[in-house]
Design a protein around this ligand. Sequence first.
Ligand code: CA
Length: 607
Amino acid sequence: MGTNHFSVSAVRRTITLSGLLLGSLINFSSHATAEAGIDERPNIIVILADDLGYSDIASYGSEINTPNLDQLAQDGLRFSNFHTTASCAPTRAMLLTGVDSHRTGVANIKEALTPEQAHSPFYRGSLNHNVVTVATLLRDAGYNTSMAGKWHLGYENESLLPINRGFEQTVTMPFSGGDNWTQQAYVPHYEKTLWFENGREITVPEDFYSSKFIIDKTIEQLENNLRTKENSRKPFFSYVSFQAVHIPIQAPKAFTEKYIGRYKDGWHVLRENRQKAVKDLGLLPARAPMKRMLSTTNWDDLSEEEKRFNDKRMAVYAGMVDAMDHHIGRLIQYLKDSGQYDNTIIMFSSDNGPAASDVPPLWIKMLGYNNDYETLGERYSYGTLGISFGSAAASPLGHYKFHSGEGGMRVPLIVSGAQVADSLRGSISHSKAFIKDLAPTILALAGTQHPGTQYQGRPIEASTGKNLLPIFKASTDSVYTGEDIIAYEIGGNAALIKGDYKITLNRGGTNDDRWHLYNIKQDPGETEKLEAIEPAVFSELLSEYEIYARENGVIPVPPNYHQPIQILKNGLKAKLINSLKTPLGIFISLIIAAIVIVPITRKTISK
Ligand SMILES: [Ca+2]
């Protein structure tokens, strides 16, 4: 086993070095690999950050140090107009299948379902077996497949775990999020943070930090691919799914310390600085305006102590992004050292915009955490971004996670590798692209395609995403026509994009629960409502949305539904149910039962 592993690695390394020395890498390499019987299709890595905002990495206008992602951007192509849904699991379902989230069983995150939705097979929050993942199709097509990190597509029975959804090697945290230092639960929906390795529950190591662990395991899986002659000849598909920068926001102290004091001028200044940087990079139009979110508080109204705390809060967030980039750098170095980098295409994105979370202190205490200034972001500390820095992380866009404003659903997409045309390296594509497009693109990179509506004799949902490969190859500027739509709905918040226009609906909080129309080409910040100025366009997009909702089985939410409130409600309910399982809980419930039931029984008997 060991001999094979080293000899194959050595062959690949020798090919790379020799090619570089001779200056004829391609010819030499293809000849040598053909002789060795190595499959020359590209390795594919999808790296997904969690809740990372549009301008949170340097190649998208951030002040945060992200040299490894910037190098990928420099060697590849950045998308300025890439959309996901505004929430974790529905995005992930679309990413892995190319199918609309409602049709996959993941219309909303499980933690935010109403009792009515939880009864629908299309809303359970677990990836139904009526869809086939790209991992399954790539495995069938002769790829080694693996994943490490957050799953969030079901764990209630074994068949839902990624090990049974096409990934041959898995190390996975199945929930909406988890602690980054320990296995402490970060929401009361769970008793602890579970981790599974190849379907079996594991305990994380003592030196666990999520981003480090996820990359350690990814490298281990890629090394395992090289241990047998058969697998070492296959290309690989690796899904790297970070917890960064989901709550609880936690970073190694050394990373946080780099940024302390950096945010002392507050969120308004940060939002403006990033707007300028985004425009200077050419990602968005120079004249595009930016709005101030109604939810943003006035920095100048804060006390000195509050300003100090918030500066550190953002420093921990920056440290967590920086640490993620650092570990991505380790993966890239591994690929280079093992001679696999030149034939690997890497895609980097985020599942939705920044989480503008302000978690109540009582909630933090109830879960056994603190948010003390001195240790913010370290073990047992519950860091959050807060609603006002949330807007800055999405700068210059409006809104954030859970919301259908551009800040909730427009995120970075970097594609780097030999499949990107030389003429496009380091440049920006302004083409529309949607999360559902990545599955057909990944399949096209591997020279295969989705089977349609039948897989191994059973009916499945067809993939409806678009193949972006012609954009990477510079054979077209866009694969979208003026008639194509991008649409989504989660928890009653919804959006539909057609041509240069977009309609949005946002509920609860400072939102007005009404549809609005924007021209997101000229005004990606969604500052000017156009429904009264362009009623025909507004009406056309509303009709398109009605068709979308009907065709995809959207279940309307109750009138007072607000996703964050539903998450709190479901969490408290889960906490109550879990507490009943403890001896103290059983004792308390027996006393309550005695107080309530005994008098009722007496009354009934006396009648
Ligand atoms: Ca997310």
